[in-house]
Design a protein around this ligand. Structure first.
Ligand SMILES: N[C@@H](CCC(=O)N[C@@H](CS)C(=O)NCC(=O)O)C(=O)O
Length: 198
């Protein structure tokens, strides 16, 4: 399998974290999004969405969208239990992450880390919605170890990717202590070095 990705992207990190945890071999292919390398004719032929992460299977089939990819990789593993309702609860969080978390927390980080904007120059609407998303995570994880069920799942990986990097987008997790504990728990379970100050 080939994994096309930008190493600084949380969406791409979701895929490498999942593949590494499941010991699925892959070849990482660096795509520099700032040089628009995901928009070349060759890349668009493989994946018309023009974004990373994207995987290419040995038989040539390609798949984009981080949460679709990790869901595919996790099939038949502990990260995606077989029970249909449990899977739907995981999907609930995968969709929520893409609609209500990533567009605000990740893009605020993108503006600071990739575009070099200051914390003060962030888009106030994105900041407000990002803060709300992080508050909801605190509410959901309070009193629990994992977001769905009793074990680590791809819901945790999807949410972890940008939440552990939220400080790089100017967000402070100190008022969400259970989120901070869950980040440390998840990083340990996944064998990841701590992403830094929260
Ligand atoms: N919903 C997509 C978002 C993918 C995305 O936004 N990718 C960014 C990097 S994080 C990208 O490829 N940007 C370059 C571009 O759009 O040209 C996913 O979850 O994979």
């Amino acid at each position: 399998m080939r994994l096309y990705g930008d190493r600084g992207s949380g969406n791409c990190q979701k895929v490498s974290i999942t593949a590494d945890f499941l010991k699925k071999p892959y070849r990482w292919i660096d795509i520099d999004i700032m040089k628009h390398e995901s928009r070349t004719t060759d890349f668009l032929r493989k994946s018309p969405m023009g974004q990373v992460p994207m995987i290419e299977l040995p038989d040539g089939r390609c798949l984009a969208q981080s949460n679709a990819i990790i869901r595919y990789l996790a099939h038949d593993s502990s990260l995606l239990p077989a029970d249909p309702f449990t899977q739907a609860k995981i999907d609930e969080l995968l969709f929520w992450e893409q609609y209500s978390h990533e567009p605000y927390v990740a893009t605020s980080r993108f503006h600071m880390v990739y575009l070099g904007r200051s914390k003060e120059e962030r888009d106030p609407m994105r900041v407000e919605r990002g803060e709300k998303a992080l508050d909801l995570m605190q509410h959901l994880i309070k009193g629990k170890s994992w977001f769905v069920g009793e074990s680590l799942s791809i819901a945790d990986i999807a949410l972890l990717a940008y939440t552990r990097l939220a400080h790089e987008g100017g967000f402070d997790l100190k008022t969400r202590p259970d989120v901070m504990t869950w980040i440390a728990r998840s990083e340990k379970a996944l064998g990841l070095p701590p992403a830094g100050r929260h």
